[in-house]
Ligand binder design. Sequence first.
Ligand code: GLP
Length: 251
Amino acid sequence: MGGINVIELEIVADHESASARVAGCIVEQVRREPASVLGLATGGTPERTYELLVEKVRAGHLSFSQATTFNLDEYVGLQPAHPQSYHAYMRSRLFGEADFDSKRTHLPDGTADDLAKAGEQYEALIADAGGIDLQLLGLGANGHIGFNEPGATEDSRTRVVDLTEETIAANARFFEARDDVPRRALTMGIATILEAREIVLIATGESKAEAVERAVRGPVASQMPASFLQQHPNVTFVLDEAAASLLGSRA
Ligand code: GLP
């Protein structure tokens, strides 16, 4: 059984066009409401989107000075200074390159002594900010969103999760050795993500095609965490032709 809402699809030619489209959604949101609360993602896919946003700010066409941000996830045990931490990713690609107020950029604290409490505090911070206006998502080849791996439940909140071997293998390309990839992460939950007022997911490349097809057309199921997005009233998937390639036959 599918969800009640149809996921809106925007299919463009390539990764560059998808990045431009997603950057455009963020620009539009922040121009409309400079004090927007943005949910942000990491991974290889949104890197170009962030470059485009930095270009806009540098050209004087956009300001993030009043925006608040919450990232989806962080590895457990990596210090913010660790080059492969998501803190470092965000600093080098976006926060340190544009006019963000560092008091208003947030990531889960994967180094906290009490990770469960850190998760609860993160949820409280999001609530205090008034909730997320626009949440950007990537997509794992196994259907994960944030680090909500297969098996994640609809009511999940920010918490510690074990990464699957598939995700560890996929993310090993960012580390010197596969053994260096942390095995756990602190991630927003499915319920946290579904509370965002608007969601934009970007997926590009053939390796995402199967997950895209199952997320959009498959049953809503824990085994495909992105399928829970079918239950949200305002979701857009921005896809390149390769990532959308399995949708055609059943469209
Ligand atoms: C990572 C992140 C996700 C990301 C996904 C896809 O592990 N935790 O937020 O969306 O996996 O990554 P990529 O864009 O590199 O394919």
